[in-house]
Design a protein around this ligand. Sequence first.
Ligand code: HDL
Ligand code: ZN
Length: 421
Amino acid sequence: MPQTPVSNHELAAVVDKAIAETPIFDIHTHLYSAAFGDLLLRGVDQLVTYHYLIAEVVRADTSVTPQQFYAMPLQQRAEHIWKTLFLDRSPLSEAQRGVLTTLQAFGLDVASRDLAAYRRFFAALSVDEHIDKVFELSGVSHVVMTNDPFDDAERPVWEAGLHTDPRFLAALRIDGLLVFWEQNVPKLRSWGYDVAPDLSGTTCAEVHRFLRDWTATMNPVYLAVSLPDTFRFPDESACSKLIADSVLPFCKESGIPFALMIGVKRRINPALDLAGDGVGKFDMRSLEYLCANYPDVKFLATLLSRENQHELCVAARKFPNLMPFGCWWFLNDPMTVDEITRMRLELLGLTAIPQHSDCRILDQLIYKWAHFRPLLAKVLVDKYTDTMATGWQVTEDEIRRDVALLLRDNFIQFAGIADRI
Ligand code: HDL
Ligand code: ZN
């Protein structure tokens, strides 16, 4: 029975419903399944001390230096942020609002401003209850983790085969190879890989073997690296040579995508630690070179600079093996999410991955997606309205199909993992 076309009057409600009912595939987070123990951050004190809020609190109260802040125990840090950013001034920033959206979703009394009561609520949740509740409230079906073989806390969990939760998929993060090569050579050698700092001898073949070994252990849906705005390819750096001689041959051989996250200026304020990173505009020629010269490799890409977004869309029009994703980090704010999502739909139609959460704390899964859904809905209603103005008609099933492409199917198809979920 053919469906009746959606009217302009019905459109917004149909789009909202399709977005609300589509289980989201969150392709980049820093979350961990319960098997990883304390690596999984959860609860209100972690929420309130998210590094985005640390950057904001050191601005708001300069009487407490970053050093003094970091010397505080977790609860005292949370109380300092709660007072400074929520009580002494209204919480209007995206990261501040996110804390409140999350508390509201759990049914807590946000108007009470009662941090102690919020703590009691979260303290009563077991880790498994907490994970189940957050997946339920967030509407997310799967998250992709950020998994680092060089992390001494994480590696033993993999080696013991303890991770089994199918909702948490792995991504093999290789900053330890590409960004911190020299300092990690001794570790690689201690694990039996015959590598040298100058990449001589069997180094590149051994790094290829390392990638094969950790792929066998983690079964990652992609390889990922976060690269600075100054990243250039090809050049004489160890990073470029490892990409050319180990990573790309491995990705071609395995069919596993390579996710490039480019544009960070690491620790422009070292005193802020994780909160101290900045942003810089990347020279797109290197990404265009990679896509053009390695047509058999699938590249996921997210760029940190707002100024790179239009170039990324144009490049994606030229290279089917380039999949833009997400409004990353400093771009995950309503203004830039609207601008970038609209730009992608207008230049790429329904062939990009509009968002990822980048969550570091389990509970953030709720607010990162609760904030994105209405932004996506607004852009989609505008675009369907423009198309329908030509006389083109669209059904509810077609809208659901389109929304599923954006929120899950584009990634599942690009990564070739339909058989795994
Ligand atoms: O490199 C990355 O994956 C970034 O997302 C960083 O982890 C950054 O600190 C972050 O959390 N951004 O949201
Ligand atoms: Zn991240």
